[in-house]
Design a protein around this ligand. Structure first.
Ligand SMILES: [Zn+2]
Ligand SMILES: [Zn+2]
Ligand SMILES: [Zn+2]
Ligand SMILES: [Zn+2]
Length: 246
């Protein structure tokens, strides 16, 4: 039998294409398998009560940018609830309801979790010590909660007084009388003093500006979950300040 050289080349090309294709296929498959492996790992950690570890596995699934297993948002919401990240838990629970609707395998348990979340979410809403996600505010380190910063008045360079701009600091103004002769008069603006109280600081020598660190709020975000209980006396005074400002 004679072998057609054209046919051989064609076969080789096809073979290379298949060989070239397989590694690609091989790369995708284990990663897809990885999502369910990460999911299983997360569930195993949940079972053991290791919610921090479960959290890490769930975050790996999100970071992988691969399709999320349909029940994952529910289990992640349960984990976040255990970690007291109630706002985040509610977000993933809503996501679960959106994706799976009534058909979700864990729909009933998800409904139970939704009810369990109402209390903690209301506590966050009514607490003055934390942000709307339930993270405790910390006092701004720049203004120490006072929202404003005090600095030397830049207009008068902290002297409290400025030179009179009408008499240029001399205390005297000139006027020409009817005979066109220059007469000197006491400056009426500064009553002959030659200087005026600083119009910017009203003589206080200080200037107030909004704290830039906290943008005038007095507090900053933190990653500490709030227990909605005032802790230090400093926090107490902060609460009273907040109450006064309302
Ligand atoms: Zn500040
Ligand atoms: Zn003057
Ligand atoms: Zn001033
Ligand atoms: Zn709180």
């Amino acid at each position: 039998m004679k072998i057609n050289p054209k046919f051989t080349i064609f076969t080789l090309i096809i073979t290379f294409c298949i060989i070239g294709y397989y590694p690609l296929w091989g790369q995708v498959q284990p990663t897809l398998g990885g999502t369910s492996r990460m999911m299983n790992n997360a569930l195993a950690e949940m079972e053991k009560g290791n919610f921090d570890k479960a959290n890490a596995f769930f975050r790996q699934i999100i970071d992988s940018n691969l399709p999320i297993p349909p029940e994952m948002p529910y289990f992640f919401a349960e984990t976040l609830f255990e970690l007291k990240q109630y706002d985040n838990s509610a977000n993933f629970l809503n996501k679960y309801f959106q994706i799976s609707g009534l058909k979700g395998e864990n729909f009933e348990s998800a409904k139970v979790l939704e009810t369990k979340l109402t209390g903690p979410l209301n506590a966050i809403k009514s607490c003055e010590l934390c942000d709307r996600r339930g993270y405790r505010f910390k006092t701004c380190f720049t203004c120490d909660g006072s929202k404003q910063l005090e600095q030397d008045c830049t207009y008068c360079k902290a002297k409290g007084i400025v030179g009179c701009n009408k008499c240029m600091g001399s205390g005297l103004v000139t006027k020409k009388n009817v005979f066109n002769i220059v007469e000197y008069h006491e400056c009426d603006k500064c009553t002959g003093e030659g200087r005026l109280t600083c119009p910017t600081c009203s003589g206080e020598k200080l200037e107030h500006s909004t704290c830039r660190t906290c943008r005038g709020v007095g507090h900053l975000q933190s990653d500490q979950i709030c227990d909605h209980e005032p802790q230090e006396p400093r926090h107490m005074s902060y609460v009273f300040q907040k109450l006064k400002s309302h």
